[in-house]
Design a protein around this ligand. Structure first.
Ligand code: SF4
Ligand code: SF4
Length: 381
């Protein structure tokens, strides 16, 4: 009796979800599929109303079983699932920015929102269908059936927002959906080295994937040495790294100096690795101004009509950039790109809105600028 009652609730929720999905334009939506049970239910509901577009964002630290499962789901539905990735891998970028933790959660910006936002712009999407559910975290409790994430340029349609775990499993079993085999061992899947993994998850990873566990312990040991963390046992074995908040190491590069002769101009003076830095700045500078010129190692910029805080952000973005791609999610036109190790602007697509220089919602307008920055000081600001 109890089970029948629960099933009736699930069926009502199912009808509501199908009705919500039936209302949205099918040409301009894609399911954001993670390889987990919730987004698979969202994919199945979307498939039932005729939606045939889905995307999987490979964070570079997915379990191989999840990648295999995505291929299996493609075959199950007879439909292609696009795969997107950030321009850097997790283990490349942590050399520069350090480890993400529960306190320093920059990794979703780089490995999820950046690639998915670029995909949305490229495919002219209007909405992503997600498997988000309220029960997953207190933050998600504030989400609505249809809402916006400031780091994704499209609406998020969340058809199973109010579903419980039990609703999801019942739907999966009633409809004989495939199940990612990792659910045999983990309650939640996601990236294998996510700081939100529980201690039990880590014990399982040690048991099932010992090579991954020992590789990661090596990374933690290197990091602990680099950051001069004395209590390595707490940091590594007791997993203190999950709550780690590293102190930001500011290196002032002192690029600016006031131009002596003309008060509305500023000289950026470089030495050493300067050519590369000048090139990087010039690749972004027309967002703010075309009124600049280069004399030897001096880049002279007319600052009269420029918001100087934005000029500072622009210069610091340019000199800090490690081409992670996160900030490209701030650009609604697809004009901000990464190439040759740094960010640049395709001015044929740029409307000079300056969104990519805003320090919110992407922390400091650049992940590296925020967490491991080289700081330039505008002397006459
Ligand atoms: S100024 Fe606006 S349109 Fe141009 S690259 Fe930046 S965010 Fe994109
Ligand atoms: S400017 Fe910063 S956020 Fe943007 S791609 Fe470069 S490192 Fe990433």
């Amino acid at each position: 009796m109890f089970r029948e009652y629960d099933l009736a609730i699930t069926m009502n929720k199912e009808k509501t979800a199908l009705a919500q999905l039936a209302e949205i334009s099918h040409e301009k939506v894609a399911v954001s599929f993670s390889g987990g049970k919730d987004s698979l239910v969202a994919l199945d509901l979307a498939y039932r109303v005729g939606i045939r577009k889905a995307v999987f964002c490979d964070t570079s630290v997915e379990f191989d079983e999840t990648r295999e499962f995505v291929k299996h789901v493609e075959k199950f539905y007879g439909m292609h699932i696009d795969v997107v990735r950030a321009p850097v891998t997790f283990f490349e970028i942590i050399k520069h920015v350090g480890l993400p933790s529960r306190v320093l959660r920059w990794c979703c910006d780089v490995f999820k929102f950046g690639p998915l936002s670029n995909y949305a712009v490229q495919e002219s999407l209007h909405s992503f269908i997600t498997g988000l559910r309220m029960k997953e975290s207190s933050k998600r409790a504030s989400y609505e059936n249809s809402d916006r994430n400031p780091l994704v340029p499209v609406i998020q349609t969340n058809p199973i927002l109010t579903w419980t775990d039990q609703d999801v499993w019942e739907y999966t079993s009633e409809n004989r959906l495939p199940v990612n085999p990792l659910y045999e061992h983990f309650k939640r899947i996601g990236c294998w080295c996510c700081p939100f993994k529980t201690d039990n998850d880590w014990e399982k990873i040690k048991e099932l994937f010992p090579e991954k566990a020992s590789f990661f312990e090596g990374i933690l040991a290197d990091y602990a040495n680099r950051m001069d963390i004395r209590d390595k046992e707490t940091f590594i074995q007791k997993r203190g790294w999950k709550m780690w908040s590293n102190s930001v190491s500011k290196i002032s590069v002192g690029l600016y100096s006031p131009c002596q002769t003309q008060r509305d101009k500023v000289d950026l003076i470089f030495s050493g690795q300067s050519k590369n830095q000048i090139d990087r700045i010039i690749r972004l500078l027309p967002i703010l101004t075309d009124d600049y010129f280069l004399v030897g190692n001096k880049l002279r910029i007319t600052i009269k009509d420029i918001d100087k805080r934005r000029l500072n952000v622009l210069v610091e973005k340019a000199i800090n950039c490690k081409a992670c791609g996160a900030c490209t999610s701030l650009c609604r036109t697809g004009g901000l790109k990464v190439d040759q190790g740094s960010v640049y602007v395709d001015f044929a697509r740029c409307n000079k809105c300056q969104d990519c220089l805003r320090t919110h919602p992407l922390r400091g307008a650049c992940i590296i600028r925020n967490y491991s920055p080289k700081v330039a000081t505008l002397v006459n600001s």
